[in-house]
Design a protein around this ligand. Structure first.
Ligand code: NDP
Length: 452
């Protein structure tokens, strides 16, 4: 414990990165504080990954009810969703997780301050009217949904509110073409809401492999989502029945709800950064070096607030690297390449490594393997789903540099592929691996014909 400071580490924000850093530092015998003004577990636990995945599960049941009839089941009456039950059961589960986070912090020996913390100087943090001194301060305040200003933008909801709706609308407009837009479009559609996805660009999920994003789009349309590309919202007005969305390309659209999923910005407002030398980039994110140090030597930042990769597992790794740097051996490093990720749209998407477009730009000779087939469930179940799997191989080294999948269980399967790519697996390694039969995943080790 420090002689002259109240704390060795004061963490602002009890999200994925902040809690991991606090627990790791406390486990090394350091005197640690965590301050949280809203909810333990941050975006991921409260208004992100976890409740989103529960809603995804909920939204998949209608297709399963339908498929079950092909397997001989009779569903006695048309299944009906009780939204309030789903919402409240979800909230109860999140509250259980909040409790677990509370215990994790408590058991680690860190002090939890329940309130909004502000920085009062390079070594000072104020919370609930008290000011504490800290040898190091970690800003792990995450991000917040961004909604652009336009006529009627006050009627637009962000993903935060989607988890607590009083009721589900009959029709919804979802604006955006990134992770959150496609995920919520799938959820709403699956829950029985007529869903219109409005995107200003020409390709959803544009930072990913083009062929795969085309497959996702086709799959979403097959499931009933109405997709409006190259379309912008001019304004939203309130009507007697709900909302009216004015679009630049077509007639106005009536909607019970308009969700804006147009990105997230770093949470740095009113944090007291002006009392320090911390530098904020143009997009509002905190500038840090390889060790997550800001321009103020005693202050560090990680996770969504530095806006490198807005993913929970990345924030957790960043936290472990930082604690090793501050209080450990100083050898841990973070490698931002080959981060596996999944988009829980429907159909689901899992991906690791380079897209075909990126691979073509980086390598002179690549081989592309693609497999597209009907999942076994659909043979009797009769749904519209397909599975597409794709491997991209560097011709010179035979290394697999990209691995992508659209379809059921893509996230689960791509996690394993992430290890293979991290280990530098070659196409020969994939070919030498025995498949698991019958599975969809076995296609990854049986693709022999080059598509391109
Ligand atoms: P994204 O950055 O993924 O997508 C934002 C979308 O909004 C883009 O399609 C963008 O269009 C569009 N957009 C931005 N500004 C405007 C505007 N003024 N008018 C109209 N459209 C606009 O952000 P999300 O909000 O979807 O998600 C934030 C981040 O959270 C993700 O990037 C991801 O890192 C993380 N996340 C991860 C998930 C997961 O792991 N499964 C799930 C959900 C979120 P354009 O492309 O034209 O710029």
């Amino acid at each position: 414990m420090s002689e002259s400071f109240d704390y060795d580490l004061f963490v602002i924000g009890a999200g994925s990165g902040g809690v991991r850093a606090a627990r790791m530092a406390a486990s090394k015998g350091k005197k640690v504080a965590v301050a949280e003004e809203r909810y333990l577990g941050g975006t991921c636990v409260n208004v992100g990954c976890v409740p989103k995945k529960l809603f995804v599960y909920a939204s998949q049941f209608p297709e399963l009810f339908h498929a079950s009839t092909g397997f001989g089941w009779t569903v006695p009456q048309t299944p009906r969703l009780d939204w309030a039950t789903l919402r409240d059961n979800k909230t109860a589960e999140i509250e259980r997780l909040n409790g677990i986070y509370n215990s994790l912090i408590d058991n680690s020996g860190a002090d939890l301050h329940d309130g909004r913390a502000t920085i009062a100087g390079p070594h000072q943090v104020s919370v609930n009217g008290d000011t504490y001194s800290a040898r190091t301060i970690l800003i792990a305040t995450g991000g917040w949904p961004y909604i652009p200003e336009f006529p009627g933008s006050e009627y637009a909801l962000s993903s935060n509110e989607m988890f607590f709706l009083d009721e589900l609308p009959k029709t919804a407009v979802v604006v955006g073409g990134g992770y959150i837009a496609v995920e919520f479009a799938g959820i709403l559609n699956g829950l029985g809401v007529e869903t219109h996805l409005v995107y200003r660009g020409h390709q959803l999920l544009k930072s990913f492999d083009r062929e795969m994003s085309d497959k996702i789009q086709q799959g979403m349309i097959a499931k009933g989502v109405h997709i409006h590309l190259n379309t912008e919202v001019n304004g939203i007005t309130k009507t007697d029945n709900g909302l009216c969305v004015a679009l630049n390309t077509q007639a106005d659209m009536a909607a019970g709800l308009v969700l804006y999923a147009t990105g997230r910005v770093a949470n740095t407002a009113n944090l007291g950064l002006e009392t320090t030398n911390v530098v904020v980039r143009n997009n509002g994110a905190i500038a840090v070096d390889d060790h997550f140090a800001t321009a103020e030597p005693s202050i560090y930042a990680l996770g969504d607030v530095i806006d490198r990769v807005q993913l929970t597992p990345v924030a957790i790794q960043e936290a472990m690297v930082l604690v090793d740097h501050l209080f450990g051996q100083g050898v841990a490093k973070i490698d931002y390449s080959d981060i596996p990720t999944a988009v829980f749209c429907q159909p689901e998407f899992g991906t690791v490594g380079l897209s075909e477009e990126q691979a073509r730009a980086e390598y002179s000779d690549i081989a592309v393997y693609v497999s597209d087939f009907k999942p076994m469930l659909q043979t009797l179940g009769g749904g519209p789903d397909r599975i597409t799997m794709k491997l991209i191989v560097d011709g010179a080294s035979d290394k697999v540099v990209g691995c992508h999948m659209v379809g059921e269980h893509a996230a689960e399967i791509i996690q394993g592929m992430g290890i293979a790519l991290k280990a530098g697996a070659t196409k020969a390694h994939f070919d030498a691996t025995v498949g698991i039969h019958p599975s969809a995943a076995e296609e990854f080790v049986t693709m022999r014909e080059k598509a391109r």
